[in-house]
Design a protein around this ligand. Structure first.
Ligand SMILES: [Fe+2]
Ligand SMILES: [Fe+2]
Length: 185
């Protein structure tokens, strides 16, 4: 059932806006990373952009037939700089979502007994933790002037789970079968 309460609906719209912007921003930063010679950082940005799409998709669907605009408070950053700086923007955005935005949105959804929104927010929260870590690993390498080591990245289209290397049989966040995963290799 789609969202019932206005407060949780506002948070879904905000989260949809934030995820949509992150999706696009990562594609832009990925292209820049490729031009700087960091092919794996480009691939990481592209894979994670797809994960953010999965989150936006969930939030959008939970809104059902509600109309209206979105106020975005996702700590979203602008700035087309060097890849090392763009990665800092990515880390800051992910940490804002992990430490502030999603925990608050999740509590609100629980308080309002909004099961669908609770699931959408908790999927995103768990995936963003992984994103922050992967972007930090990328930045550590780029600081040394080299591309990151990066195996195949697999993304769960249901929850945005992001893994590197051998994929688990089922998604550790949402239990989807691994044959659903999209691979960025
Ligand atoms: Fe993320
Ligand atoms: Fe999943």
């Amino acid at each position: 059932m789609a969202v019932q309460n206005d407060m949780t609906a506002d948070f879904l719209r905000s989260a949809y806006g934030g995820e949509s912007m992150a999706h696009m921003r990562y594609l832009i930063w990925g292209e820049m990373a490729g031009k700087e010679g960091f092919a794996n950082v480009k691939r990481l940005f592209e894979a994670i952009a797809y994960s953010e799409w999965a989150h936006a998709n969930n939030h959008f669907r939970e809104l059902g037939e509600r109309k209206g605009g979105a106020d975005v408070s996702a700590g979203a950053v602008f700035g087309a700089g060097k890849t090392v700086d763009n990665l800092q923007g990515a880390i800051d955005g992910e940490l804002h979502e992990v430490n502030q935005m999603y925990p608050v949105f999740l509590e609100a959804a629980r308080f309002q007994n909004e099961k669908g929104a609770e699931r959408a927010f908790s999927y995103a929260l768990e995936a963003e933790k992984i994103h922050a870590k992967l972007f930090k690993e990328a930045q550590d390498q780029v600081r040394q002037g080299r591309d990151m080591d990066l195996g195949a990245v697999h993304i769960c289209p249901v929850c945005g789970y992001t893994g590197v290397g051998e994929a688990p049989d089922v998604c550790p966040i949402c239990s989807a079968n691994k044959d659903k995963f999209r691979i960025f290799a």
